[in-house]
Design a protein around this ligand. Structure first.
Ligand code: Z5A
Length: 215
């Protein structure tokens, strides 16, 4: 492992299994003696959690324009990077597991909402302050399976979950395109296979890429 912490992010469409995989990886890393920090976006700080509410559930968020949405996701991230992620990565042996990071903005606000790429790049740079995941796992899932998993929860869909299938197809294609453009950082997994198979593929990749991280 390197002379600083390790940053792993998990991306994909709704219900693709990020939280499930992060929970099991967290346990395994802790059992191997690592200090593990688990985060979600938007959120992960007191300010970020309030922004999360505005973005997902608040009545005042209905009708939000794409530019406000971009800036709110990015404000949450700017705070998270400076308050939590950068300090955690300054400690060797720490592993940060992020349930979504900057690639979500590139795909949802950039590709799916259609905000120009140069604007997205500039805002992403400001928010992340140059902090980039060492590896990003993309859990690829088709739109109908994603819908089925969300429906099985029986919860009222939030503002973003109410977008139509066309929006989520753009999200899926956008992620796959982004992964193709950064093959060294992204590792794409078939999220429709059983959780244990996804878990095994994640472990195998981490063992190959980061010697000594897992037994
Ligand atoms: N968003 C954005 O637009 N821009 C940004 O910059 C950021 C985010 C950061 C955040 O939603 C929303 O914000 C999201 C993107 C947008 N919007 N949408 N739509 P969130 O944080 O509330 O939720 P999420 O990240 O979209 O996903 P999730 O609901 O938390 O799901 P998940 O963590 O990926 O999946 P899970 O909870 O582990 O699993 C879902 C279900 O599937 C559960 O019942 C599991 O038991 C089951 N599961 C898990 N794995 C499997 C496998 N392998 N097979 C079968 N069933 C499985």
């Amino acid at each position: 492992m390197k002379n600083r912490g390790l940053f792993l992010s998990f991306e994909g469409s709704e219900g693709c299994g990020k939280s499930t995989q992060i929970a099991s990886l967290r346990q395994e890393l802790q059992s191997s003696g690592h200090n593990v920090v688990v985060l979600r976006e938007p959120g992960g700080t007191p300010l970020g959690e309030e922004i999360r509410h505005l973005l997902k559930h608040a009545v005042s968020g209905e009708g939000m324009c794409p530019e406000s949405e971009l800036l709110l996701f990015s404000a949450s991230r700017a705070q998270l990077v400076r308050q939590v992620i950068a300090p955690a990565l300054a400690t060797p042996g720490t592993v940060v597991l992020a349930d979504r990071f900057v690639d979500s903005t590139t795909v949802y606000q950039g590709i799916a909402r259609g905000i120009p790429a140069d604007t997205i790049t500039a805002i992403n740079r400001l928010a992340t302050n140059g902090v980039t995941p060492d590896t990003t796992f993309l859990l690829d899932l088709d739109v109908s399976e994603s819908r089925t998993r969300l429906a099985a929860r029986g919860e009222t869909p939030d503002r973003l979950e109410r977008e139509d299938d066309g929006f989520f197809q753009l999200v899926r294609n956008g992620y796959l395109e982004l992964a193709r453009s950064e093959p060294r950082r992204f590792h794409v997994l078939d999220a429709s296979s059983p959780p244990e198979s996804v878990q095994a593929a994640i472990r195998q990749h981490l063992r190959q890429r980061f010697h000594g991280l897992l037994p």
